[in-house]
Design a protein. Structure first.
Length: 117
């Protein structure tokens, strides 16, 4: 609350700004959501971000990444215009389900977006 003229301002306590530095030496699993026509464009965008082509792995439902690895998703399907980069924070054992497969047990947090150019 601001009281004009008194100089008193109540502020929200414990505001945290988290800056995440991406470690481009880690694996990054690319999800194209069926848009294989955009795979090369997505790989090029990730390479321009600093990832080597050897660290960019096409995501498969039968194998997940590890905690600390990254996920890169073409976003938003069906007509993506950027890549959402997420950090894998937890991997739980699950029974594979549909196209998602084992990734159903992966928890992640959004850390950055980059244009799909």
């Amino acid at each position: 609350m601001v009281e004009i003229g008194s100089g008193k301002i109540d502020l929200v306590k414990d505001i945290k700004i988290v800056m995440v530095k991406i470690d481009t030496q880690k694996n990054i699993y690319l999800f194209t959501h069926g848009r294989m026509d955009l795979q090369e464009k997505a790989v090029n965008a990730l390479v321009s971000k600093g990832f080597s082509k050897e660290k960019i792995i096409m995501a498969l439902p039968s194998k997940t990444g590890n905690v600390g690895d990254y996920m890169a998703m073409l976003w938003m399907p069906p007509t993506p215009d950027h890549i959402k980069i997420q950090n894998i924070t937890k991997v739980e054992e699950v029974k594979p389900e549909g196209m998602v497969g084992l990734w159903k047990g992966v928890s992640k947090e959004d850390i950055e977006t980059i244009p799909l150019e």
